[in-house]
Design a protein around this ligand. Structure first.
Ligand code: SF4
Length: 174
């Protein structure tokens, strides 16, 4: 059975910078949990950041730029937390490797977990296309990253992959 990496805040864990969560009510998530598929991670907390913590955004770049050392993640007061974000991304990747995970559902717009857009570093609510640091690192290593609005797509990919595996296994025994 394929496991799925999920942002802890989407699972109702109160790990966000403001101490809140982004709990989803999707039936698919309930199903995945009952099947034992879900591996939860909050990259920022796993890296040792506190709850609550200062809001942070990627400044003049995106997760790929952070991985290349060409952009930083900064807190609203100007503190640089790039190293924590890189550490959290690395922990998430380790989990994918440990559990053979190739599919992740991560919280959109986060400087760690965003997969199609992130806040632009101005702390004004503006978003720009791009990924957070964890999403970028996972994609670089072949993990398909979806956001919470694409969960049905993630579910289709999981089941399509499992059907292929089943067919191959049946061919092997026939
Ligand atoms: Fe949620 Fe990811 Fe932010 Fe943690 S780092 S609170 S899992 S969006």
């Amino acid at each position: 059975m394929r496991k799925v990496l999920m942002s802890a805040c989407l699972l109702g864990k109160r790990v966000r910078y403001d101490g809140g969560s982004l709990a989803m009510t999707a039936q698919i998530v309930e199903q995945w949990i009952s099947e034992g598929r879900v591996i939860s991670v909050c990259p920022e907390v796993e890296a040792g950041m506190s709850i609550p913590r200062k809001p942070a955004e990627i400044f003049e770049g995106n997760g790929d730029d952070v991985l290349k050392g060409e952009a930083d993640v900064i807190e609203k007061n100007g503190g640089r937390v790039t190293r924590d974000f890189l550490a959290g991304a690395s922990i998430a990747l380790d989990l994918c490797n440990k559990f053979n995970i190739t599919i992740a559902v991560l919280a959109e717009f986060s400087p760690s977990c965003g997969s199609s857009a992130v806040y632009d570093g101005s702390f004004s609510g503006r978003k720009v296309p791009g990924m957070g640091v964890t999403a970028a690192l996972l994609r670089q290593h072949g993990v398909q990253v979806f956001n919470q609005y694409e969960i049905a797509d993630a579910d289709k990919v999981i089941h399509a992959t499992e059907e292929v595996t089943l067919i191959i296994q049946n061919d092997d025994v026939s």
